[in-house]
Write a protein that binds this ligand. Structure first.
Ligand code: GRG
Length: 305
């Protein structure tokens, strides 16, 4: 394995550096906008470079770094998770699903390119994500190939019917119905938590984590995966569309149960703070190595968009 990359001073500076590296790697991982057929590459790039926060790829790189792995080793997964996340947003916004006009502060893909191209842009992002994970250079050691395969399996499971897809189906079925706290938690752990969990677990696997660190990072992943959605529910209820870059108050309008409707605003905020505490406790034994993950846990809970 290649040597760990040095971190710039402080987690905030490290985070900015990683974001810039992710932007450049995503750009390299896709055909240029004018490549044949240009429409699909324009649509893919329109959504992928629309200003996402890049929380998921940074989590991959931070998890790999926390166990001594390199960015080079983890970058394909970092790009793959952002492609998959973007595909899920493009498809979620379609008229057949959430029927939304605004995403990442811009008109949604189907508003700009039409429904058929938006569906295909999501498909292209999902396909390219797994293609990228399968691009293993000749000459890699068996151990390195096995780690890449294991991370790919973690990613596939998180996107499947037990994760992202399953959570989305339950979410669609729960529109206009009241669900209890346990059902809501199950839905969120699948729809949002599974992919975030795959970022941390996959990054740790690619970094060559030992069993005890893997278990710590899995606990961290479970906590922030749920915290992310609890905070999303709070923001949906309290923030403007302008700040969120997407339609606000949609959950309530669609008659969906949320952490806020089930537990109240104060209860949802308490839950998010409790989960942040669990995430920080999980990575505390890593000391300085876990500083970026700790910073990200605070960002996920304290974010305002
Ligand atoms: C269509 C298979 C399929 C799944 C859709 C992503 C999703 C599942 C639904 C979108 C609605 C939603 C609230 C999802 C929860 C995940 C979430 C909070 C997404 C937004 O993630 P951010 O805040 O977005 O990281 P950016 O734009 O910053 O990347």
């Amino acid at each position: 394995m290649t040597a760990p990359n040095p971190e710039p001073a402080g987690p905030a500076a490290a985070l900015e550096g990683l974001r810039a590296e992710v932007e450049a790697a995503l750009d390299r991982a896709l055909p240029p906008e004018g490549a044949w057929p240009a429409t699909i590459h324009r649509a893919v790039r329109y959504s992928l470079f629309a200003g996402g926060k890049r929380i998921r790829p940074v989590l991959v790189l931070a998890a790999a770094g926390a166990v001594g792995g390199s960015r080079e080793e983890a970058m394909p997964l970092a790009c793959a998770v952002e492609m998959i996340h973007t595909y899920s947003l493009v498809h979620d916004d379609l008229p057949a699903m959430d029927d939304d006009d605004l995403r990442r502060g811009k008109p949604t893909s189907h508003k700009v390119f039409g429904e058929a191209v938006a569906i295909l842009a999501g498909d292209a992002l999902l396909t390219r994500a797994f293609h990228l994970m399968a691009e293993v250079p000749a000459g890699w050691s068996d151990g390195r190939v096995r780690r890449r395969l294991a991370a790919t399996a973690v990613l596939g499971e998180a996107c499947g019917t037990g994760g992202l897809i399953g959570g989305q189906v339950v979410d669609l079925e729960s529109e206009g119905r009241t669900i209890d706290g346990a059902a809501l938690e199950g839905l969120h752990r699948a729809k949002t938590g599974a992919l975030l969990g795959a970022c941390v677990r996959g990054g740790a696997i690619l970094g060559g984590a030992a069993e005890d660190d893997l278990a710590r990072l899995a606990r961290y992943a479970d906590a922030i995966g749920l915290a992310f959605q609890v905070v999303d529910d709070v923001l949906d209820a309290t923030e403007s569309a302008e700040r969120l870059g997407k339609t606000a108050g949609k959950d309530e309008a669609a008659g969906k149960s949320t952490y806020v409707s089930v537990h109240g605003l104060a209860g949802a905020r308490r839950k998010a703070a409790e989960l942040r505490g669990q995430a920080l406790d999980a990575v505390a034994p890593l000391g300085e190595r876990g500083a970026l993950l700790a910073h990200l846990a605070r960002l996920v809970v304290d974010r305002t968009s």
